[in-house]
Design a protein around this ligand. Structure first.
Ligand SMILES: [Ca+2]
Ligand SMILES: [Ca+2]
Length: 368
């Protein structure tokens, strides 16, 4: 290998690493899951989803929603039991609700809408079009019927080896948000890879989803277990509420300044740290879906008065953009730039000017 080739190889290696390793890896020790059905914890990072008996079902859910507009990466060991031709299998799920689906052949996934499931199905249900061997498929909206092609996104892929072999099988799931590509590999072999705009086509443009695993047994049985090995995804910021007195003020319809929603001088770009306060406003609007909001933008008195008026309009619009991007209907929002006309502090000091560059809100219930 020439020096150049070696160098090129290193660059490629490095880029490949960046592709899959760009999300923050979540420390496994901190993970807490919501458990449902027959789930029990089996020590560090491992869960039993069903016990080795008939008609058992269980699910675990990561309790906070994640953002599917960003990459999701997971490595987990799947244990599908020790009894060949047992039942029924494990499903990895993205879902907009924290629920468990039908048990038995439904594997805790059937009936969840809207959702996407990657099933590891070890029992052949003829009426659902299951292949005879253990198989893997990607299905949408809680449908488990392979005869219905609408919900069959990929597969079913028949596995050449039996998966109920009393061994762990290493599953990797990678959602590449930018490429809209879902990749599934098992024991190092790529099983499924396909492109679909999952957020638009399944989740109605809402990238906020929950994720988890479900499993079930029926007339046949097997123990189903999983052990997490690596997780990397973007958690959506948790809504923080305003303190009670501020919330009361806002709900009473008084004009209120949003603390810490600040802009760079002369620009409509939100300063870092503005998001916390906007998250509270977002939570308030979500909690009161009938309320509308008026947003007033103000500037300091530096520079041209007319330009300041335009700038304050852009600042108010920036708040609207933030709220709309987070799912608030634009019809509920109006923005007005008031320029430098209404200072609340001296324009003679830097601290005073910082206070004058501000956003005020006014919450009201529209007249029907
Ligand atoms: Ca089945
Ligand atoms: Ca099998």
């Amino acid at each position: 290998m020439s020096y150049f080739q070696k160098y090129l190889f290193l660059i490629i290696l490095f880029s490949a690493n960046l592709l899959v390793g760009q999300k923050e890896v979540i420390p496994l020790a901190d993970m807490k899951f919501r458990k449902g059905g027959d789930v029990s914890k089996l020590g560090a990072n491992c869960y039993q989803l069903t016990s080795d008996r008939g008609w058992s079902s269980g699910a675990i859910w990561y309790p906070s929603p994640i953002n599917l507009a960003e990459d999701f990466e997971m490595e987990v060991a799947l244990f599908l039991g020790c009894r060949d031709e047992g039942a029924d299998g494990i499903v990895f799920i993205f879902s907009s609700k924290l629920r468990i689906g039908y048990s038995g052949e439904g594997m805790g996934f059937a009936g969840l809408y809207p959702s996407l499931g990657i099933e590891f199905d070890t029992y052949q249900n003829h009426h659902l079009g299951d292949p005879s061997k253990d198989h893997i498929a990607v299905m949408s909206n809680g449908q488990i019927n392979h005869v219905n092609y609408v919900n069959n996104l990929a597969g079913p892929i028949e596995m050449s080896n039996n998966l109920e072999d009393c061994k762990n099988h290493k599953l990797k799931v990678l959602w590449k948000a930018k490429e809209k590509e879902l990749l599934v590999s098992l024991d190092g072999a790529n099983i499924i890879g396909f492109q679909k705009n999952i957020v638009a086509d399944i989740f109605n443009e809402d990238p906020k989803v929950y994720w988890g695993f479900s499993a079930a047994t029926g007339g046949k049985r097997n123990a189903h277990r999983i052990c997490f090995e690596k997780l990397a995804f973007d958690e959506l910021p948790k809504p923080i509420a305003f303190n009670k007195s501020k919330e009361t003020t806002i709900l009473n319809g008084d004009i209120t300044t949003l603390d810490n929603v600040l802009f760079e001088s002369g620009k409509a770009t939100l300063k870092k740290g503005s998001t916390t306060e906007l998250t509270k406003l977002l939570a308030l609007l979500q909690a009161h879906p009938k309320h509308h909001i008026g947003i007033y933008g103000h500037t300091d008195a530096i520079g041209d008065e007319r330009k300041n008026a335009q700038l304050s309009q852009k600042r108010a619009d920036a708040i609207i953009d933030y709220l709309v991007a987070n799912g608030i209907n634009k019809k509920r929002l109006s923005a007005k730039g008031l320029g430098e006309q209404y200072p609340i502090s001296s324009n003679g000091t830097a601290a005073g000017r910082l206070k004058n560059r501000r956003v005020e809100i006014y919450l009201y219930i529209p007249i029907p």
